[in-house]
Design a protein around this ligand. Structure first.
Ligand SMILES: CCCCCCCC/C=C\C/C=C/C(=O)SCCNC(=O)CCNC(=O)[C@H](O)C(C)(C)COP(=O)(O)OP(=O)(O)OC[C@H]1O[C@@H](n2cnc3c(N)ncnc32)[C@H](O)[C@@H]1OP(=O)(O)O
Ligand code: FAD
Length: 684
């Protein structure tokens, strides 16, 4: 085993850890690292996909972190205008440096960008996150050859303009029109009402020169639904909006302060026919419409983004638990025995119960993100070969997992913040930025409830297919299997069996899906139209979709441990973490497991007892488990989560930089306080 630290001087002795050698590590944190039962570096390699990949990631990160051109004061001390400007400045530098460092591989570029932007948004986030993917997915060959080089070389800067002031979820109801004029071979883009203004697209307010605009296509007097068009918004000479185009920033938000989410209106703006993205559907010069091979191919950019967001959530949650666990190891509170040092707050059971479920979830979601990304690539390849069979499956899976993981992720970040007490509320903790960056993931790329209902819609179809004895895709195959009766656990050791735990979640998901399908049937049987029955059954449908996703995550965690090569020590801790994730999930959703008698009160007592026992196993390894995420301080951007644990020194230094401390006496004293206190009325 690689020795990371020697026991006495608390200084790293090898460079397997890429944290700079700290002068002094907080002794409490050091004690935690010394006591851990596994080597975190091994887990880092596993999470990254191998030692080589870890080293490559670290190299990319260091390139950004050590670059003097990318340094600036803490964004917490910047006003919005300054933040926007800083984000654009950095985005431009990042683009240049990516070329200079010859980072051609997509993964390397992303690693570099994420290290360079730290905990702020990326100034070209929409350009790379959605504009380029939309062009790649929706352009035909000729269009790709024209637009992609322009976009890739940043000759044009793009955004993805779909949402309108009055319409976000229900995109079939978008109002922006694109009417084809065969006389000039142009489309006329128009915003017919206030509610049709494009509203929210990132980087549109001030940055973008172009947008992929989603609009209702009309040709030969007929409507053909939503289609993507590439539209130039601003002059490439002076950045002024082009004639007929109204543009602006939508104003400050809960977070995303460096981002220029914008509004956009069209007044009969003409674009060439070939600006409709024509990979899947086409309009010929005379206005003849050719429909796509699958009606929902226009939505593919969103599917890709939802898949990416599962990884993003896993990453953010990992950051949150890193901050909270390290801080909980150095923070001491409330004397228990007179004269004896106050305990580390990490020793409180309630603190462990706050943090460890999210620590386990961070790992569970990381492994889930590997699987869904892999599945996305497989389906993408099938689709490139013209086979659209798995698109619905991928849509259901990505929509559900994006919603399930972001609900838990957002909740987890907030719980981690609360677990740090007052200091969690300071921007120095990193939580305000982390929380506000992650919070909208529950809303954008498909509002979470709506996404779970999409998954439920798919599951309802699968339940019918299963009832008919027809074949189902692998990830829903369990719906065609019979319920297995009662949970066979007789003692606590049975309940630690991964197979048994996975079966329990499978049973719950199948029961809830079948129950929702039955409720739908009986609602329709009572004469309700489909949409009324659907609305009446929302509570069953949501639960079914959520239980399905929960099962998927548990199953994935179990499978990852079973199928992956790792040392016994790492296997041991991941096994405990997986058991804890599943058992805690059963405990939190006890009603679901008791409702149909699958589990009984006695088994639930054992579940609860095991949750308590596993806290101890995780407690001893908690710091090592978060160290294994391998976030450098420069990336974590938290004074509470610093690798060396010297929290109070860091907080004090940070506070000194507050702009309010620039002068000893603030202007407002002379303007307001002095007149108040020195006026005759104010005299005592
Ligand atoms: C993210 C990475 C970038 C990082 C950059 C930095 C930060 C940037 C920050 C934010 C970026 C944010 C961007 C955005 O938010 S873009 C806008 C996103 N908007 C949405 O996601 C809208 C959500 N709404 C929808 O997706 C749809 O309207 C709907 C699915 C809710 C309903 O669609 P509708 O056409 O009405 O469908 P039906 O319900 O009638 O279903 C018909 C049928 O189609 C199937 N289906 C629906 N969607 C898809 C799909 N994507 N793929 C495949 N199939 C789909 C559906 O299941 C039905 O199938 P059926 O049952 O067999 O009939
Ligand atoms: C930070 C941020 C960045 C964004 N960036 C972009 C971007 O770059 N480009 C872009 O085009 N858009 C962007 N958006 C917009 C985003 O995609 C939408 O806000 C999102 O899709 C949700 O739609 P909505 O706002 O219409 O919510 P609504 O649909 O109005 O949701 C409001 C409530 O209604 C409920 N509801 C709605 N429909 C149903 C239903 N059928 N059944 C049950 N309940 C329902 C929801 O569950 C929710 O509780 C961004 C948004 C944010 C916050």
């Amino acid at each position: 085993m690689i020795v990371l630290f020697n026991c006495t001087c608390a200084v790293p002795t090898t460079m397997d850890s890429f944290h700079p050698v700290p002068v002094k590590v907080n002794p409490d944190l050091q004690k935690e690292r010394d006591a851990a039962l596994f080597n975190p570096v091994e887990l880092t390699y596993l999470k990254d996909g191998g030692k080589d990949k870890t080293e490559r990631r670290r190299r990319c990160e260091l390139l950004a972190i050590n670059d003097p051109d990318l340094q600036h004061k803490d964004i917490s001390f910047m006003a919005r205008n300054e933040r926007y400007s800083n984000a654009v400045r950095k985005a431009v530098i990042i683009a240049r440096k990516i070329k200079e460092h010859r980072l051609t591989n997509m993964e390397e570029k992303q690693l570099y960008i994420s290290a360079a932007t730290q905990y702020d948004t990326y100034g070209f986030g929409l350009h790379y996150g959605m504009f380029l993917p939309a062009l790649s997915a929706q352009c035909d060959e000729e269009q790709r050859n024209y637009w992609l080089p322009l976009a890739e070389n940043l000759k044009i800067l793009g955004t993805y303009a779909q949402t309108e002031l009055g319409h976000g979820t229900f995109i079939r109801g978008l109002e922006t029109t694109a009417i084809y004029d065969p006389k000039t071979e142009e489309f006329v883009l128009h915003t017919p009402t206030l509610s049709a203004l494009k509203w929210w697209p990132g980087n549109m307010g001030k940055t973008a020169t172009h947008a992929v605009v989603l609009a209702q296509l009309y040709t030969n007097g007929k409507s053909y639904g939503l289609h993507p068009f590439i539209v130039q918004l601003r002059s490439l000479e002076n950045h002024q909006p082009l004639p007929g185009i109204t543009l602006g920033d939508i104003g400050p938000k809960l977070g995303f302060h460096s981002f220029d989410n914008g509004f956009l209106g069209f007044d009969h703006v003409r674009i060439p026919r070939r600006n409709m993205l024509m990979k899947y559907s086409q309009v010929s010069p005379d206005g003849f419409y050719i429909k796509p091979i699958h009606a929902k191919l226009t939505y593919s950019t969103m599917v890709e983004a939802r898949v990416t967001l599962v990884s993003d959530i896993a990453y953010s949650l990992s950051q949150a638990v890193t901050i909270a666990v390290r801080y909980s190891a150095v923070r001491r509170q409330t004397e228990q025995i007179k004269g004896v040092k106050e305990p580390q707050i990490l020793d409180y059971r309630t603190q462990q119960l706050k943090l460890f479920p999210y620590l386990a979830a961070a790992y569970a979601f990381t492994f889930t993100s590997f699987v869904i990304t892999g599945r996305y690539i497989e389906v993408q390849n099938e689709m490139n070969d013209g086979n659209m069979e798995s698109l619905s499956e991928l849509h259901a899976l990505s929509a559900g997992l994006k919603a399930f993981t972001s609900y838990v992720g957002n909740e987890g970040i907030e719980v981690c913040r609360l677990s740090c007490g007052g200091h969690g509320y300071s921007q120095a903790s990193g939580f305000p930025e982390l929380y506000t960056l992650t919070a909208p993931i529950s809303t954008f790329e498909g509002e979470n409830t709506v996404m779970l209902l999409q998954t439920a819609r798919y599951l309802m179809k699968c339940a019918t297919t299963a009832k008919r004895g027809l074949e189902l895709p692998r990830f829903v195959l369990y719906l065609s299997q019979r319920q297995k009766g009662q949970c066979p656990a007789r003692n606590e050791s049975d309940l630690l069996d991964h197979g048994l735990l996975s079966d329990a979640f499978e049973h719950r998901a199948r029961r809830l899906v079948i129950e929702a399908a039955q409720k739908m049937q009986s609602n329709i049987g009572k004469g309700n139209p489909q949409h009324v029955a659907w609305n009446n059954c929302h509570m069953y449908l949501l639960k079914a979709a959520s239980a399905h996703c929960h099962f998927y995550v548990v199953q994935t965690f179990v499978k990852y441990i079973n199928d992956t090569e790792m040392s016994d020590a790492v296997r041991d801790i991941l096994t405990s973490l997986c058991q804890f994730y599943a058992l805690h999930g059963i405990w939190q959703n006890a009603g679901d497991f008791l409702q149909d008698g699958y589990m009984n009160g006695n088994q639930l007592d054992m579940v609860q007892s095991l949750v308590g026992k596993l806290l101890d196993k995780i407690r001893i390894n908690a710091v090592a488990l978060v160290d294994a995420f391998d976030f450098r301080d420069e990336i974590l951007c938290s004074k509470l989560g610093k690798y060396d644990g010297n929290v109070y020194e860091a907080m004090y230094e940070w506070a000194k930089n507050s702009p309010l401390n620039k002068t000893e006496v603030h202007d407002s004293y002379n303007k307001y306080l002095r007149p108040l206190m020195q006026s005759s009325k104010a005299k005592l």
